[in-house]
Design a protein around this ligand. Structure first.
Ligand code: FAD
Length: 269
C-alpha cells in the first residue's frame, strides 16, 4: 500500500507556496514564497503575481521582487488596499497558501540601465522601497558604487519599519561583511515622514530642493559624472524627482540605452 503524499498538490497555474507572512501595519505586509527553480531575474525587477478569482481566472498585479537575485525564495512587500481587487484578499494569505507568479521579470530599476558612476541614490516612497530591498541585498550594488544612499519617505513612522529592519540587517550581515567589508561608510539611510513627527520630517523633493538632504548627509550636490539615481514612488513624486535630477544634468536611462537615472512607478493611480 502506498502512502498519500503529505504535500498539498499544486493546482494553480504558475503556483508558488507562501512560506512566511509578516504584517507591519494595518496598511502594509510582506510575504515570502517558494521560487520557481527556472526563474532568473535581475535585482530590482518586477513580476506579475496574484490569486485566482471565483470564476477560476487569474487576477494579477505588478509586484517588485524585494528579495535579491541570489535568494532561494522570493519576497514581496505589499500595500493593503481595503477595497482593492487583489490586496483585499492577498492580505489574508497564510504560510502554505498558494499564489500565482508569472515567471517573466521585467523593469528599469536595474544596474544595466545605468552608466557607471560613483554614488547611487535610491529614492523611495511607501512600497516603492521594494525594488531597492532587492538591490541593497545584492553585493553587486556595493561592488559597483563607492556610496549608496537610500531615502525612504512615508506618512507615518510605523511605515518605515520594513526599511529600517532591512538596513539594520544589512549592517550586521556576516555574508555582506565578508564580501564587502564594513558597510557603515558606504551605506546611508535617510528616512523621512510627512504626517507624523519623526527625526526628519518632510517630502524628499523639498529636502532636496532646499539642500537639507545634502547638508544632513555631508555630501556634495548631484553631478552627472558621479551620481546615479533610481526613483520608485507615486506618479507625482516620480515627475517631481525627474525634474530635479534633469536640472542637475542627469538623463533618464533605459535597458536599451543606459543613462544617469531610472524611474519606475510604485503603483498606478
Ligand atoms: C511596476 C509596478 C510595480 C509594483 N510593485 C508593487 C509592490 O512591490 N508592492 C505593492 O504593494 N504594490 C506594487 N504595485 C502596485 C500593485 O500592482 C497593485 O496596484 C496593488 O497590489 C493593489 O492591488 P489591488 O488590486 O488591491 O488594487 P488596485 O486596483 O491595483 O489599486 C487601487 C488603488 O490603490 C492605490 N494603490 C495601489 N497600489 C498601491 C501601493 N503600492 N501603494 C499605495 N497605494 C497603492 C492606488 O491609488 C490604486 O488606484 C506595483 C505597480 C507597478 C505598476
Amino acid at each position: 500500500m502506498t502512502h498519500a503524499d503529505p504535500r498539498p498538490a499544486l493546482t494553480l497555474p504558475d503556483a508558488q507556496t507562501v512560506t512566511e507572512v509578516r504584517h507591519w501595519t494595518d496598511r502594509l505586509f510582506s510575504f515570502r514564497t517558494t521560487r520557481p527553480p527556472s526563474l532568473r531575474f535581475r535585482s530590482g525587477e518586477f513580476v506579475m503575481i496574484g490569486l485566482l478569482k471565483e470564476d477560476g481566472r487569474p487576477l494579477l498585479r505588478a509586484y517588485s521582487i524585494a528579495s535579491p537575485s541570489w535568494d532561494d525564495e522570493l519576497e514581496f512587500y505589499s500595500i493593503k488596499v481595503q477595497d482593492g481587487p487583489l490586496t483585499s484578499r492577498l492580505q489574508h494569505i497564510q504560510p502554505g497558501d498558494q499564489i500565482i507568479l508569472r515567471p517573466k521579470p521585467v523593469g528599469t530599476l536595474v544596474h544595466d540601465a545605468l552608466l557607471p558612476g560613483k554614488r547611487l541614490w535610491l529614492f523611495a516612497t511607501g512600497t516603492g522601497i521594494a525594488p531597492f530591498a532587492s538591490l541593497l541585498r545584492d553585493p553587486e550594488t556595493f561592488e559597483t558604487y563607492d556610496r549608496v544612499i537610500l531615502t525612504h519617505t512615508c506618512r507615518e513612522v510605523a511605515e518605515l519599519a520594513y526599511g529600517r529592519e532591512l538596513i539594520d540587517h544589512l549592517r550586521s550581515d556576516n555574508m555582506m561583511q565578508e564580501l564587502l567589508g564594513d558597510l557603515s561608510g558606504k551605506l546611508s539611510y535617510y528616512p523621512t515622514t510627512t504626517r507624523e513627527e519623526s527625526a526628519k520630517i518632510g517630502r524628499i523633493t523639498d529636502l532636496l530642493k532646499d539642500g537639507t538632504l545634502f547638508a544632513d548627509l555631508g555630501v556634495a550636490d548631484f553631478g552627472p559624472e558621479t551620481d546615479r539615481a533610481m526613483v520608485c514612488g507615486s506618479l507625482g513624486l516620480n515627475t517631481d524627482l525627474k525634474a530635479i535630477l534633469e536640472s542637475h544634468g542627469l538623463r533618464e536611462g533605459a535597458n536599451s540605452e543606459p543613462g544617469e537615472y531610472v524611474v519606475e512607478k510604485a503603483f498606478v493611480g
